[in-house]
Design a protein around this ligand. Structure first.
Ligand SMILES: [Zn+2]
Length: 207
Protein backbone atom coordinates (compact mmCIF):
# COMPACT_ATOMS: atom_id res chain seq x y z
CA UNK A 1 0.00 0.00 0.00
CA UNK A 2 1.11 3.49 -0.80
CA UNK A 3 2.21 5.54 2.17
CA UNK A 4 -0.41 8.30 2.17
CA UNK A 5 1.52 10.72 4.34
CA UNK A 6 4.79 10.79 2.50
CA UNK A 7 3.87 13.42 -0.11
CA UNK A 8 2.65 16.09 2.30
CA UNK A 9 5.02 19.06 2.37
CA UNK A 10 6.82 17.92 -0.77
CA UNK A 11 7.23 20.11 -3.82
CA UNK A 12 6.50 18.99 -7.39
CA UNK A 13 7.38 21.81 -9.78
CA UNK A 14 5.21 24.75 -8.75
CA UNK A 15 3.02 22.62 -6.49
CA UNK A 16 3.46 21.98 -2.77
CA UNK A 17 1.35 19.16 -1.31
CA UNK A 18 -0.82 20.48 1.52
CA UNK A 19 -3.05 17.58 2.49
CA UNK A 20 -4.42 14.15 1.58
CA UNK A 21 -8.03 14.25 0.42
CA UNK A 22 -10.54 11.48 -0.40
CA UNK A 23 -9.63 9.04 -3.16
CA UNK A 24 -11.33 9.52 -6.52
CA UNK A 25 -14.00 7.11 -7.82
CA UNK A 26 -11.32 4.74 -9.15
CA UNK A 27 -9.63 4.51 -5.75
CA UNK A 28 -6.62 6.66 -6.70
CA UNK A 29 -4.94 8.72 -3.99
CA UNK A 30 -5.49 12.43 -4.33
CA UNK A 31 -3.87 15.41 -2.69
CA UNK A 32 -4.72 19.04 -2.13
CA UNK A 33 -1.87 21.09 -3.60
CA UNK A 34 -1.02 24.76 -3.38
CA UNK A 35 0.48 26.26 -6.52
CA UNK A 36 3.08 29.06 -6.37
CA UNK A 37 0.65 31.26 -8.32
CA UNK A 38 -1.77 31.10 -5.38
CA UNK A 39 -4.28 28.57 -6.75
CA UNK A 40 -5.18 25.37 -4.94
CA UNK A 41 -5.97 22.19 -6.81
CA UNK A 42 -6.69 18.53 -6.07
CA UNK A 43 -4.31 16.24 -7.97
CA UNK A 44 -3.69 12.49 -8.14
CA UNK A 45 -0.60 11.30 -6.27
CA UNK A 46 0.52 9.30 -9.31
CA UNK A 47 0.47 12.41 -11.56
CA UNK A 48 2.62 14.26 -9.07
CA UNK A 49 5.09 11.41 -8.71
CA UNK A 50 5.51 10.67 -12.40
CA UNK A 51 5.98 14.37 -13.17
CA UNK A 52 2.88 14.74 -15.35
CA UNK A 53 1.47 17.56 -13.24
CA UNK A 54 3.76 20.35 -12.10
CA UNK A 55 1.40 23.31 -11.73
CA UNK A 56 -2.29 24.13 -11.30
CA UNK A 57 -2.39 24.72 -15.06
CA UNK A 58 -0.85 28.19 -14.93
CA UNK A 59 2.43 26.98 -16.45
CA UNK A 60 0.72 25.64 -19.58
CA UNK A 61 -1.25 28.90 -19.86
CA UNK A 62 1.97 30.93 -19.72
CA UNK A 63 3.58 28.77 -22.38
CA UNK A 64 0.61 28.96 -24.74
CA UNK A 65 0.11 32.70 -24.30
CA UNK A 66 3.92 33.14 -24.19
CA UNK A 67 3.77 36.32 -22.19
CA UNK A 68 5.20 37.19 -18.80
CA UNK A 69 2.93 36.03 -15.96
CA UNK A 70 2.70 39.41 -14.28
CA UNK A 71 -0.25 38.37 -12.12
CA UNK A 72 1.67 35.32 -10.94
CA UNK A 73 4.65 37.39 -9.81
CA UNK A 74 2.38 39.26 -7.45
CA UNK A 75 1.34 36.00 -5.78
CA UNK A 76 4.83 34.60 -5.80
CA UNK A 77 6.24 37.58 -3.91
CA UNK A 78 5.00 35.76 -0.79
CA UNK A 79 6.89 32.53 -1.49
CA UNK A 80 10.12 31.37 0.08
CA UNK A 81 11.77 31.27 -3.34
CA UNK A 82 11.00 34.94 -3.91
CA UNK A 83 12.75 35.84 -0.67
CA UNK A 84 15.73 33.66 -1.67
CA UNK A 85 15.92 35.78 -4.84
CA UNK A 86 15.59 39.14 -3.10
CA UNK A 87 18.07 38.25 -0.35
CA UNK A 88 20.58 37.20 -2.98
CA UNK A 89 20.21 40.64 -4.60
CA UNK A 90 20.62 42.45 -1.25
CA UNK A 91 23.81 40.51 -0.44
CA UNK A 92 25.35 41.39 -3.80
CA UNK A 93 24.10 44.93 -4.46
CA UNK A 94 22.90 46.61 -1.27
CA UNK A 95 25.89 48.16 0.49
CA UNK A 96 23.78 48.57 3.63
CA UNK A 97 23.15 44.81 3.86
CA UNK A 98 25.21 43.21 6.62
CA UNK A 99 26.24 40.33 4.33
CA UNK A 100 27.38 42.72 1.58
CA UNK A 101 31.04 42.59 2.63
CA UNK A 102 31.14 38.84 2.06
CA UNK A 103 29.41 39.07 -1.35
CA UNK A 104 29.11 42.34 -3.29
CA UNK A 105 32.29 43.74 -1.83
CA UNK A 106 34.18 40.59 -2.85
CA UNK A 107 32.94 41.04 -6.41
CA UNK A 108 30.25 38.35 -6.31
CA UNK A 109 27.50 39.26 -8.79
CA UNK A 110 24.28 37.74 -10.14
CA UNK A 111 24.03 36.87 -13.84
CA UNK A 112 21.85 39.36 -15.77
CA UNK A 113 19.27 36.73 -16.59
CA UNK A 114 18.47 36.12 -12.90
CA UNK A 115 19.14 39.61 -11.62
CA UNK A 116 16.61 41.27 -13.91
CA UNK A 117 13.97 38.56 -14.01
CA UNK A 118 12.58 36.63 -11.06
CA UNK A 119 10.71 34.24 -13.38
CA UNK A 120 13.95 33.23 -15.05
CA UNK A 121 15.51 32.44 -11.64
CA UNK A 122 12.30 30.73 -10.59
CA UNK A 123 12.24 28.43 -13.64
CA UNK A 124 15.87 27.46 -13.14
CA UNK A 125 15.17 26.69 -9.46
CA UNK A 126 12.08 24.58 -10.14
CA UNK A 127 13.89 22.59 -12.84
CA UNK A 128 16.99 22.04 -10.70
CA UNK A 129 15.73 20.36 -7.57
CA UNK A 130 14.48 23.31 -5.53
CA UNK A 131 12.56 22.36 -2.37
CA UNK A 132 11.35 24.87 0.23
CA UNK A 133 13.70 23.40 2.85
CA UNK A 134 16.79 23.88 0.68
CA UNK A 135 19.13 26.82 0.38
CA UNK A 136 21.03 28.16 -2.62
CA UNK A 137 24.75 27.39 -2.72
CA UNK A 138 27.54 28.56 -4.98
CA UNK A 139 29.77 25.56 -5.82
CA UNK A 140 32.80 27.83 -6.19
CA UNK A 141 32.79 30.22 -3.24
CA UNK A 142 34.53 32.90 -5.32
CA UNK A 143 32.18 32.39 -8.27
CA UNK A 144 28.97 34.23 -9.12
CA UNK A 145 25.30 33.49 -8.77
CA UNK A 146 24.65 31.87 -12.14
CA UNK A 147 23.19 28.55 -13.32
CA UNK A 148 26.55 26.77 -13.73
CA UNK A 149 27.77 27.71 -10.28
CA UNK A 150 24.63 27.15 -8.23
CA UNK A 151 22.80 24.24 -6.64
CA UNK A 152 20.27 23.57 -3.87
CA UNK A 153 21.57 22.07 -0.63
CA UNK A 154 20.35 21.56 2.95
CA UNK A 155 21.02 24.02 5.76
CA UNK A 156 23.35 21.49 7.33
CA UNK A 157 25.48 21.28 4.17
CA UNK A 158 25.45 25.08 3.97
CA UNK A 159 26.71 25.31 7.58
CA UNK A 160 29.55 22.90 6.82
CA UNK A 161 30.51 24.97 3.78
CA UNK A 162 30.35 28.23 5.73
CA UNK A 163 32.48 26.71 8.45
CA UNK A 164 35.05 25.53 5.91
CA UNK A 165 35.08 28.97 4.28
CA UNK A 166 35.53 30.82 7.57
CA UNK A 167 38.63 32.98 7.40
CA UNK A 168 41.25 32.30 10.03
CA UNK A 169 44.38 34.36 10.58
CA UNK A 170 47.32 32.56 12.18
CA UNK A 171 50.61 34.41 12.63
CA UNK A 172 49.41 37.11 10.27
CA UNK A 173 48.46 34.71 7.45
CA UNK A 174 44.79 34.53 6.47
CA UNK A 175 43.30 31.42 4.90
CA UNK A 176 40.04 29.54 5.15
CA UNK A 177 39.64 26.44 7.27
CA UNK A 178 39.81 24.10 4.28
CA UNK A 179 43.14 25.61 3.21
CA UNK A 180 44.60 25.49 6.73
CA UNK A 181 43.53 21.89 6.96
CA UNK A 182 45.27 21.05 3.68
CA UNK A 183 48.48 22.85 4.65
CA UNK A 184 48.70 21.38 8.14
CA UNK A 185 47.42 17.92 7.25
CA UNK A 186 45.13 18.19 10.29
CA UNK A 187 41.52 17.10 9.88
CA UNK A 188 39.06 20.04 9.79
CA UNK A 189 37.13 19.00 12.90
CA UNK A 190 40.32 18.56 14.92
CA UNK A 191 41.59 21.89 13.65
CA UNK A 192 38.42 23.79 14.48
CA UNK A 193 38.43 22.19 17.93
CA UNK A 194 41.97 23.45 18.57
CA UNK A 195 41.14 26.92 17.27
CA UNK A 196 38.02 27.11 19.43
CA UNK A 197 40.01 26.14 22.53
CA UNK A 198 42.66 28.79 21.78
CA UNK A 199 40.31 31.49 20.52
CA UNK A 200 41.89 34.05 22.87
CA UNK A 201 45.43 33.29 21.66
CA UNK A 202 46.60 36.66 20.23
CA UNK A 203 48.20 34.86 17.25
CA UNK A 204 44.87 33.42 16.11
CA UNK A 205 42.04 35.53 14.75
CA UNK A 206 38.85 34.00 13.44
CA UNK A 207 36.58 36.13 11.28
ZN1 LIG B 1 -0.57 27.90 -10.68
Amino acid sequence: MENILNLIGMRFGRLVVVDKVDNDEHGHNRYLCKCDCGNEKIIRGSSLKNGNTKSCGCYQKEISSSRKPSGAIHYMSNTKLYSVWSNMKYRCYDIKNREYKRYGMRGIIICNEWKNDFISFYNWAINNGYQDNLTIDRKDNDGNYEPNNCRWITNQEQCNNKRNNRLITINGQTKNLAEWSKISGINRDTLIGRINRNWNDPLIKVK
